[in-house]
Design a protein around this ligand. Structure first.
Ligand SMILES: Cc1cc2nc3c(=O)[nH]c(=O)nc-3n(C[C@H](O)[C@H](O)[C@H](O)COP(=O)(O)OP(=O)(O)OC[C@H]3O[C@@H](n4cnc5c(N)ncnc54)[C@H](O)[C@@H]3O)c2cc1C
Length: 639
């Protein structure tokens, strides 16, 4: 049976939807809030903000993360900045412009109502974070400073050097710690959610494993929020933290939550190029660097000269040439494909030929080294430590890499999934970014979800539903605990010959080759043959040493890789069915004469929400039609 995808988007003019909805949503009386328990899985920006805010409102919150401290969530790695339509620069920005840029940047594959709300709330986020003491960069006169990010012609990105995520997370973390100390939040670090428990169609809790002792436990609640981040690590090599994984959302999918647009993966244009098989992680060089850095390649293939010796007229500043209106700040999907294209033509630089230059010589000449150091000092230092090259003197070498997943669990306007009571926030949901996320918009979305949306919509859910009391002795919890224990036992008993990582690496290669920066029918069909074979081999031959009663990272990874081996297949299926190109999803069969993504609005202006149909069965495709009442669908152009 297919799903009914009701978005619950409020009626009325775009700019009034959220206000109207806030007025119409039911409230929980302050004295009653403490009678409700909400589970938040994840303590990154989306989860940390949600847990702290809901506790501040008076709810009992149980918050979980797999790291040893909430402040180690992957959000800490975010570098470049966070967007907000404050128009401090007086350069023509507005809420509507941020909304429009985001809808267009996502290649018209996101919901108008959600995106407009995001743009509206962006303004509140900055105020909230400043009040918390987040040290955003400031102008000489004390006003907050801004820089530009891709896909925008205004400067609206607020930043704290190249450590914006770290500073924002410290803000959310201190708010969370305050609530932990007050007793409103009970924090469970080093605890991994391994199943979602659904009773009478409603999410009523989770089953976890204590990563230090191995204890499997049930936790009940009246609502569950998953804020568990993105799944870019399905590609093995990505800019994500090594621990980032899909397990929480994947297990929720298998309990009935629809998974939307799984194939929409962002490939970031500016990462340190891959050097070889020894790598298990890639490093991002923030998009903010494209404010001042110029991207180029030598005009002559195989030019091995020191880049500083190559004269101007022998260089191709290909982004400036191809996209004069946006230049080096072309959006990520477009800049990535342009880099791949020149490297495919044999013009790439560096030992592998898969690299292009990002050059700061002009900016240093114009602004002086001090200004560049002030803006990007920590990024330059990181680059030098990794490559042993000094980017103040020699151009950086960069190449696209997997960075972010726009797909995720399907949610309605209230951020609730297709299971009642299951809410999903931050990178874990699919909302707002369509087929391509603009830079500095993930932090904005995670914090809008966590600080401003979910605290209200959870209240509406709780006030509108009469929920029976359940406790952990309920048969549904016992059954889920049994399944978790059995899977753990199965991993340990296979006793095969291959490490978990070797399977993960092989899956990553398949995904990158066939479902990466460009995709075609034959390649996707090959991947759909290879992935089930690899999965079968995994369950036959994986080796997970140690026991389940202690800290066992191979065991943790085995569960995550087992889920990636299933999710990878769904991603390829989604990519195969969407025969149009849109945003980061580039189907080679669907391109304009000059090689840009060619959408097919007639047949694909919808969100693909996949529904689990059971082991060994093909998932069911549900479609949420996208309705555009305010923007006109047009071919995206940055020229
Ligand atoms: C290198 C890098 C730089 C970036 N820079 C920017 C930037 O400048 N601007 C921008 O807007 N975006 C940026 N992004 C994207 C942005 O950082 C992320 O999208 C965002 O931080 C995700 O936040 P989140 O709260 O959704 O998830 P995360 O921060 O990934 O947090 C996930 C949380 O869920 C927990 N968790 C996950 N699974 C489980 C489980 N099964 N059980 C228990 N706990 C679980 C984790 O422990 C963690 O607490 C960057 C991304 C990268 C990789």
């Amino acid at each position: 049976m297919s799903l009914r995808l009701d978005t619950h988007t409020p009626s009325g003019p775009l700019a009034q939807k959220w206000d109207k909805h806030r007025f119409e949503m039911k409230l929980v009386n302050p004295a009653n809030k403490r009678k409700h328990t909400v589970i938040v899985v994840g303590s990154g920006l989306a989860g940390g903000a949600a847990a702290a805010t809901m506790s501040e409102l008076g709810y009992n919150v149980k918050c979980f993360c797999f790291q040893d401290s909430p402040r180690r969530a992957h959000s800490i790695a975010a570098q470049g900045g966070i967007n907000a339509a404050k128009n401090y620069q007086n350069d023509g920005d507005s809420i509507y412009r941020l909304f429009y840029d985001t809808i267009k940047g996502g290649d018209f594959r996101s919901r108008e109502g959600n995106v407009y709300r995001l743009a509206e709330l962006s303004v509140n986020i900055i105020d909230q974070c400043v009040a918390q003491g987040v040290p955003f960069a400031r102008e000489y006169g004390g006003l907050l400073s801004n820089r530009s990010f891709g896909g925008a012609q205004v400067s609206r990105t607020f930043y704290a050097r190249g450590q914006t995520g770290q500073q924002l997370l410290l803000g959310a973390y201190q708010a969370l710690e305050r609530q932990i100390a007050r007793g409103g939040v009970k924090m469970f670090p080093r605890t991994e959610m391994l199943d979602l428990v659904v009773i009478d169609g409603k999410a009523r809790g989770i089953v976890t494993r204590d990563l230090v002792t191995g204890a499997i436990e049930s936790h009940t609640a009246e609502a569950v929020v998953l804020a568990t981040g993105g799944y870019g690590n399905v590609y093995y090599l990505s800019t994500n933290a090594q621990g980032s994984n899909a397990t929480a959302i994947w297990r929720a999918y298998k309990r009935g939550a629809a998974f939307a647009n799984p194939c929409f993966t962002q490939i970031h244009p500016t990462c340190i190029p891959v050097t070889g098989e020894h790598q298990s992680k890639l490093t991002l060089m923030s998009e903010s660097l494209r404010n001042d850095g110029r991207v180029w390649i030598p005009k002559k293939a195989g030019d091995k000269r020191d880049p500083r010796q190559i004269p101007e007229n022998e260089r191709d500043y290909f982004l400036e040439r191809k996209y004069p209106a946006f230049g080096n700040l072309a959006p990520r999907d477009i800049a990535s494909r342009a880099a791949k294209e020149v490297c495919d033509e044999g013009l790439g630089v560096g030992q592998t030929g898969r690299g292009v230059y990002l050059d700061f010589a002009d900016a240093i000449k114009r602004l002086g080294r001090g200004v560049i150091e002030e803006r990007y000092g920590n990024l330059f230092e990181m680059y030098e430590r990794i490559t042993d090259e000094n980017p103040y003197e020699v151009p950086m070498r960069i190449y696209p890499a997997v960075h972010y997943t726009m797909g995720g669990l399907w949610v309605d306007y209230n951020l609730m999934g297709t299971i009642e009571g299951l809410h999903v926030t931050g990178e874990a949901n699919f909302s707002d970014h369509g087929a391509n996320r603009l830079g500095a918009s993930a932090l904005m979305q995670g914090l809008a979800d966590g600080y401003f949306i979910i605290p209200g919509t959870i209240g509406n859910y709780l006030a509108s539903h009469k929920l029976d009391t359940v406790d952990a002795s309920h048969p549904a919890f016992k059954a889920a605990e049994g399944e978790v224990a059995a899977t753990t036992e199965r991993f340990l008993s296979i006793d095969g010959k291959r490490t978990v990582s070797s399977f993960h690496r092989e899956l990553g290669k398949i995904m990158w080759e066939y479902c990466g920066m460009s995709r075609n029918e034959a390649g996707l069909k090959t991947a759909l043959k290879k992935i089930p074979e690899l999965r079968a081999e995994f369950w036959r031959d994986v080796n997970v040493p140690g026991s389940d009663a202690e800290l066992n990272q191979a065991l943790e990874r085995a569960g995550r890789v087992a889920d990636f081996l299933e999710l990878g297949e769904l991603m390829c299926l989604d990519a195969l069915h969407r025969t149009e190109s849109c945003g980061a999803h580039f189907r080679e069969e669907s391109q304009t004469p000059d090689g840009e993504a060619l959408r097919d609005d007639e047949n694909f202006a919808y969100v693909a929400a996949w529904q689990y149909a059971g082991e060994g069965k093909s998932p069911i495709l549900n479609k949420e039609p996208l309705v555009f009442e305010n923007v006109k669908l047009s071919q995206r152009s940055y020229k």
